[in-house]
Design a protein around this ligand. Structure first.
Ligand code: GDP
Ligand code: MG
Length: 436
């Protein structure tokens, strides 16, 4: 996904300036990238529509750093889509009951252990684990192994085949023994079926948990959405747990699930170990989906590349003695567009040294731009024709003085000479040095 977005933003920056066509192209790529990450088609489409509205609303086209702003808009929108701020668990009741639901293999048992461990160490709670998966004898053993590992007591009743009864007994045991959190691990099936839904629904009704969590394997893609919907229809659960977000899973499922069931994602599982649990932060997830670090640096790289192409064109002109005020103006405009002038001034071949004396701010450029605008095309390409009467005309036309026109002509002359000089062998090294 990250690669795709890189490409999208590359398109955006490759043109140097952003046009409405570019924005549309970029959004098409963003949409494709989301689809590839298993985001539902309609969600991806709505998403790009919203990003486009925002981009045009914020005048991305005329901003200083359009690429960066696009990245920010996409990221903010993605964050919003996944639920805004991180949401915790409601643990105010005593004991607080947490019910796990989800398909077999989604990671319920593992997450039950992780959560117990997390609450014990981070929130100084006293959790009890309850084993309600009565179908596989090994399931109860698995929870006991986990419990021993994290030193949390496990309540189980081998031989009892009624999960509702075990859940109730577990809660009673917690109350009697001073546990303030009860985590109930349940059985799942490989696919959604009536029997499983009836069972989990019965447990839910019997113990009235404060938190019903839906655990889902983030690698299951589109299926995850349908499963989430089926469980939510029956349980109206409180939050989602995304497991197996380790490795290079991008987690597009997170976006779809949030959109379809409109429930917050509360935790993520990032490995098999008991410590591999994290609170879900939508903005971090957006970073992950966007591969943000890469994207931003790529945008910067694209910008540099663009400047290099322009610089090379310029060098050719200088070599052929064709550098004129029009090119100068173009350079100034580019610098202004890019924002950080002091850093970027060195990108104009030869200008680094020349412009050092001029106070580099927008006002400094205003005078220069006005003077150049008052020149005729002939004067711009052939500054040598500018005699004193032309200087007077340019001065009054631009609202500056003849002295200022003279100063600019002199600077321009020096700059041209220097640029010409720099075309030689040692010039290249000098230019490199000036570019820093
Ligand atoms: P359950 O059937 O829902 O109880 O699922 P389990 O907790 O038994 O997990 C199924 C498998 O997924 C086990 O092999 C776990 O070790 C593994 N697993 C669970 N959570 C994660 C995770 O966050 N990352 C990885 N890599 N594996 C996980
Ligand atoms: Mg299990």
């Amino acid at each position: 996904l990250s690669e795709k977005l890189d490409k999208a933003l590359h398109v955006l920056k490759g043109h140097g300036s952003i046009t409405e066509v570019n924005v549309a192209e970029t959004l098409k790529e963003v949409r494709r990238a989301l689809l590839d990450a298993d985001v539902n088609f309609k969600i991806a489409k709505d998403f790009t529509v919203r990003v486009k509205e925002k981009a045009l609303g914020q005048n991305v086209l005329t901003t200083l750093q359009p690429g960066q702003l696009m990245v920010k808009i996409v990221k903010d929108e993605l964050t919003e889509l996944m639920g805004g701020d991180a949401e915790g668990l409601n643990l105010s009741a005593n004991p607080s009951i947490i019910l796990m639901s989800g398909l077999q293999g989604s990671g319920k048992t593992t997450f039950s252990g992780k959560l117990a461990n997390f609450l014990k160490t981070k929130k100084t709670k006293k959790p009890l684990l309850v084993a309600c998966d009565v179908y596989r004898p090994a399931a109860i053993d698995q929870l006991h192994v986990v419990g021993e590992q994290i030193k949390v007591e496990v309540f189980s009743d081998k031989g009892n085949t009624d999960p509702v009864a075990i859940a109730k007994a577990g809660v009673a045991y917690a109350k009697a023994n001073g546990f303030n959190v009860v985590i109930i691990d349940t059985a799942g099936r490989l696919a959604v079926d009536e029997a499983m839904m009836t069972e989990i629904s019965n447990i839910h009704k019997a113990i009235e948990p404060q938190e019903t969590l839906f655990v889902v394997d983030s690698m299951t893609g589109q299926d995850a959405v349908n499963t989430a919907k089926a469980f939510n229809d029956v349980l109206n659960f409180d939050g989602v747990i995304l497991t197996k977000l380790d490795g290079d899973t991008r987690g597009g499922a997170a976006i779809s699930i949030k959109s379809v069931v409109n429930k917050p994602i509360k935790f993520i599982g990032t490995g098999e170990k008991m410590e591999a649990i994290d609170v879900f932060y939508p903005s971090r997830m957006a970073d992950r989906i966007l591969g943000m670090g890469d994207v931003v640096s790529l945008v910067e790289r694209a910008q540099e590349q663009y400047d290099e192409v322009e610089a090379r064109k310029l060098q050719k002109k200088i070599a052929k003695n064709q550098f004129g005020f029009d090119d100068f103006l173009k350079q100034i405009q580019q610098i202004k567009k890019m924002g950080n002038m002091k850093d970027l001034i060195g990108m104009i071949p030869g200008a680094g040294k020349m412009m050092k004396d001029i106070d580099i701010d927008d006002d400094a450029f205003k005078g220069i731009e006005a003077i150049i605008h008052s020149m005729t095309p002939l004067e711009r390409t052939n500054p040598s024709v500018i005699n004193s009467s032309r200087k007077k005309r340019i001065g009054s036309g631009s609202g500056t003085s003849v002295q200022e026109v003279n100063q600019l002509l002199k600077q321009f002359d020096q700059m041209s000479k220097m640029m010409k000089m720099m075309q030689g062998g040692k010039g290249k090294a000098m230019m490199q040095a000036m570019k820093g």
